[in-house]
Design a protein around this ligand. Structure first.
Ligand SMILES: Cc1cc2nc3c(=O)[nH]c(=O)nc-3n(C[C@H](O)[C@H](O)[C@H](O)COP(=O)(O)OP(=O)(O)OC[C@H]3O[C@@H](n4cnc5c(N)ncnc54)[C@H](O)[C@@H]3O)c2cc1C
Length: 438
């Protein structure tokens, strides 16, 4: 974190210790859910947030003329999903993604033929089938990349089809889990639960869900937490803007922040919890939103991609939803990390190289852009958690266990729905229940 400036700005209020019943650290979906649930049950709560905004990894940008989600975009699954229910109950407009409406190109800028797509999708299905078999065959955890080498996925495919299979592995697995195949655990792969396959976007932005959770809450922005001291008597939290004491605290710090020891816990977190933190992986996932003067890509496609192997795996066509010539490029894992080390212009240039290779050199230049850097964001230090080789879903339950007067929630504590907004929301409800039940 850059510097001490806020310390010099300490107010008179900041010099006093402020007390409440429950402190919630983090104003993302888990923290806000927990806080609003506790408020409904008449508990006194203060939410401490280090950023100058709420929402955490839900962050809707408006600078390009349409709401663009730079963190979470989709409601994953509509069958019993509590986020879908929240949206429906509040008449929030939704837009269902049609994965059948995609355009996939080869390195010459030609659309892949239906026959090639069928062949490659069939091969991808076989790869997944073999992953499932290998789970029963291996004596210890291996990576998905290793599991791929234990089969012959490319046999009989043309050069373009091989590239397309690699692209599909990136699209279907690495983008989903925000990590590379060689980082991902085979034994934990596909062990989590879903609310179905439907993916739904918010034309008005995901922030609408965040805004539903805030009424009546005491949220302190710019309260970067440095240390948490806890014992049987309660919890003391030191921030850049003062000290707070409470009977209990709910910690919703992202896994990346916990892994890097940004916040000092005294006493140290229990060894089994710290081991779980160390075993799990924190993924990377970058986005670039580009606004153009006109649409030069297939107007009806929900997304498109070029199998040629760009750091930007795919582009989503916001024009179908927002009626503005905007595309959003997505990039997972190590590709995303390498993009983060570039300037904004370099990131955009890589996207433009893709677009020119696919749609020709006469396409227009962007008139606006936004990029993300979640892995180097000190309040996230990654996009969302994944099960690294050797970790299990039960590590997430361990991470979510109370430690004295500390309670834990967030996407990473969810063994059922890791890496999702609904997982974080359900964990926030669980942590609030644990305190209310005391
Ligand atoms: C690029 C990207 C795409 C995604 N796409 C999807 C998607 O399509 N669908 C989906 O369901 N999920 C998606 N996710 C995951 C989803 O965004 C998260 O699972 C969810 O928002 C996490 O909520 P949380 O409350 O656990 O954590 P956060 O939202 O990160 O909340 C934690 C809060 O703690 C604060 N904090 C951190 N350090 C400190 C400190 N020292 N002091 C005080 N406060 C601190 C942070 O600022 C943050 O506000 C995506 C995430 C990213 C990054």
């Amino acid at each position: 974190m850059g510097g001490c400036a806020p310390i010099f700005a300490l107010s008179a209020q900041a010099n006093q210790v402020q007390t409440t019943e429950v402190l919630v650290i983090g104003a993302g979906v888990a923290g806000l859910t927990a806080a609003s649930e506790l408020l409904k049950k008449d508990h006194d709560v203060i939410v401490l947030e280090g950023r100058d905004r709420i929402g955490g990894r839900i962050w809707t940008d408006h600078s390009l003329g349409a709401p663009i989600d730079l963190g979470a975009s989709w409601i994953h699954g509509d069958n019993g999903n509590p986020i879908k229910r929240l949206a429906d109950n509040n008449n929030i407009q939704l837009f269902t993604t049609d994965f059948g409406q995609g355009s996939i190109y080869d390195n010459q800028g030609n659309l892949l033929s239906d026959a090639a797509i069928t062949r490659v999708e069939g091969r991808f299905g076989q790869v997944e089938g073999r992953f499932y078999e290998l789970k029963d065959e291996v004596s210890q955890d291996i990576s998905l990349a290793q599991a791929l080498t234990m089969q012959s996925p490319y046999q009989g495919l043309s050069e373009t089809e091989r590239q397309a299979l690699d692209w599909l592995l990136e699209f279907n697995i690495e983008l989903d889990l925000a990590a590379d195949l060689d980082e991902l655990s085979l034994l934990s792969w596909e062990e989590d639960e879903t609310f179905g396959d439907t993916d739904i976007l918010f034309p008005g932005g995901y922030e609408q869900i965040i805004n539903l959770l805030t009424p009546g809450l005491d949220i302190r922005l710019n309260h970067f937490v440095e240390s948490v001291t806890y014992d049987d008597a309660g919890v003391k939290v030191s921030t850049f803007n003062g000290v707070f004491e409470a009977q209990h605290a709910i910690i919703t710090l992202p896994l990346g922040v916990l892994q890097h020891g940004v916040v000092e816990f005294s006493p140290n977190l229990p060894t089994r919890k710290q081991r779980a933190i160390d075993r799990l992986g924190m993924g990377a996932f970058s986005k670039i939103a580009l606004r153009f003067p006109n649409v030069f890509w297939p107007a009806e496609s929900h997304y498109f991609g070029n199998v040629v192997g760009s750091p930007w795996t795919e582009y989503w066509n916001l024009d179908v939803m927002a009626q503005l010539p905007i595309i959003v490029g997505l990039s997972p894992g190590s590709l995303a990390r390498s993009l983060e080390s570039m300037t904004d212009v370099q990131m955009a240039e890589l996207a433009m190289q893709d677009l020119r290779a696919t749609f020709g050199t006469n396409i227009s230049e962007p008139i606006g852009m936004v990029v993300t850097r979640w892995a180097s964001d000190p309040f996230a230090l990654g996009a969302y958690s994944y099960n690294a080789v050797g970790s299990t879903l039960s590590d997430r339950d361990t991470l979510g266990e109370p430690a004295g007067n500390l309670f834990f929630a967030g996407e990473a504590t969810s063994s059922s729905f890791p890496g999702t907004v609904h997982g974080a929301h359900l964990e926030g409800l669980r942590a609030a229940r644990e305190i209310d039940d005391l």
